[in-house]
Design a protein around this ligand. Sequence first.
Ligand code: 5GP
Ligand code: ZN
Length: 112
Amino acid sequence: MSDCIFCRIIAGQIPASMVYQDEHVVAFKDIHPKASVHVLVVPRKHIATLADAEAVDQSLLGHMMLALPKVAQSQGLDTGFRTVLNTGHGGGQEVFHMHFHVLGGKALPFTV
Ligand code: 5GP
Ligand code: ZN
């Protein structure tokens, strides 16, 4: 989608600090990090929110989940990491191209 900021990052039209890429997923540093490591893991396919994902997306969602520890390890998060997925306005989502947040390092800012 041409008006989606994450689609534009995936297309190389907007710069981002990429940390991981594969056939289905990209990961780049959050522009306003909320922890010492804060990376966004984003499917190349535009899916607005988790609530918009369909049965055809099942393997993509699994692929994204399996990418999370790879991304965390690439950032040196050897002792673990936190994953956040905001869904919809009620879930605090601001960019409507679904994505996981991977957070870790010193002093995570909140607990669940
Ligand atoms: P959400 O609230 O939708 O779950 O999270 C969106 C995240 O995207 C926020 O943490 C925000 O800082 C990040 N973000 C928004 N615009 C950009 C951008 O242009 N580049 C990067 N790298 N991150 C962005
Ligand atoms: Zn998009």
